[in-house]
Design a protein around this ligand. Structure first.
Ligand code: HEM
Length: 356
């Protein structure tokens, strides 16, 4: 996490950002998506053992394609249809959307394959550098043909995709909420400065001392649920749930959005209220019906990493900056609506990051 702190400091000290409205979200050409690049670097460090400079064109292109994939409603709809009814994959216009999706991702696959080949050439089983090396070591003693090259490439793609868009979009929703609720912004900043001061480096040891920050982040993840319909699964045996019989091999999709907006659990679920997670003593509370990472054995693999990243990035940003609306915009960017693709992500917007 020290490394993460250093990347964050580099990001924050990027002076040019301070002089002009920051394009915090993505645009089609991905000009200045510092947050996404910083988050992607964390996962790249784990998988490839390296990070990429912010002006690296190749990683910029990969992130751009990734964004086009996750934020594109048509692609998301087509891929969900294909999951539910794979035979529709060959029917126009699904076939068109599906082939466009495959074409967009082919360059990402090429990049991953190249990295895997480079690792194979320099592999030393006594010195494991990253996830790829760890996988290669397992593949040597694998008698079941589980640790195959195809499997490795698939894992890397999943980790890279799941680990980048999710965290950066959550942070982007958080910044958007700060623009809409300046009083929340001030309260958050006061707590952060009280606990770590202006020059301290955010770390996970600070988290228990920051009930309001935790409440804020939890409310962001409830209010703007990132994976509203989670990932679809298939039952591998007959099951019964609340009196309903679900036969083996049924496709099931959990509705996380419904849990996060159930009026039986939440007071005014449509409103953004971090205070709902603070009790009478000012302590943070964690109700069981907040499940942004889903539940069960197939719940999000990156939950702990995601929670760490989101906390450290947000605290570091709010510690140093006040986030203000872009003065050239007539109205605040919309926090009610986003793009519902594979994930629910905010529309592109700009803001001003004012150094404090
Ligand atoms: C705010 C951040 C994140 C959210 C809200 C989130 C949410 C989710 C959800 C809802 C699922 C589906 C679980 C299910 O199938 O029941 C999932 C799966 C997964 N997530 Fe995340 N995720 C986040 C960050 C990450 C990160 C940083 C990583 C990578 C390091 C990651 C890796 C994965 C993987 C590999 C799966 C598939 C797990 C499996 O099928 O067994 N996620 N995530």
């Amino acid at each position: 996490m020290k490394q993460l702190g250093r990347w964050m400091a580099k990001l924050l000290m990027h002076r040019r950002v301070l002089l002009q409205p920051l394009n915090i979200c993505f645009d089609r050409r991905m000009k200045k998506i510092f947050i996404k690049k910083a988050v992607a670097n964390n996962i790249c460090n784990i998988i490839f053992g390296e990070r990429f400079d912010y002006d690296n064109k190749q990683i910029e292109e990969i992130l751009s394609r990734l964004t086009a994939f996750t934020a594109d409603t048509t692609t998301a709809l087509a891929s969900r249809i294909c999951v539910l009814a794979p035979f529709l994959r060959d029917i126009p216009p699904i076939i068109f959307v599906y082939s466009r999706y495959k074409e967009r991702l082919s360059m990402v696959f090429e990049f991953i394959k190249k990295k895997v080949d480079e690792h194979k050439e320099t592999f030393n089983e006594d010195y494991l550098r990253d996830f790829i090396d760890a996988f290669l070591k397992e593949s040597i003693k694998d008698n079941n043909n589980w640790f195959t090259n195809d499997q490795l490439i698939f894992y890397i793609r999943e980790l890279f995709f799941a680990g980048t868009e999710t965290v950066s979009s959550t942070l982007t929703w958080a910044l958007l909420c700060l623009l809409h609720y300046p009083e929340v912004h001030q309260k958050l900043r006061r707590e952060i400065l009280n606990v770590i001061g202006y020059d301290g480096t955010a770390s996970m040891t600070h988290k228990p001392m920051m009930p309001y920050t935790r409440a804020f982040l939890q409310e962001v993840m409830r209010y703007r649920t990132l994976a509203p319909l989670s990932i679809f699964h298939k039952t591998n045996e007959d099951a019964e749930l609340n009196g309903y019989f679900i036969p083996k091999n049924t496709m099931v999709g959990p509705n996380i959005w419904a849990v996060h907006n159930d009026a039986d659990f939440w007071d005014e679920p449509e409103k953004f209220k971090p205070e709902r997670f603070i009790d009478d003593k000012g302590e943070f509370v964690q109700p069981s019906h907040i499940i942004p990472f889903s539940l069960g054995p197939r719940a999000c693999l990156g939950k702990q990493l995601a929670k760490m990243e989101i906390f450290i990035f947000l605290v570091s940003m709010v510690q140093k900056f006040e986030f203000l609306p872009n003065p050239d915009d007539y109205e605040l960017p919309n926090v009610e609506h986003g793009t519902s693709g594979v994930a629910f992500v905010p529309h592109p917007f700009r803001l001003v990051a004012k150094i404090c």
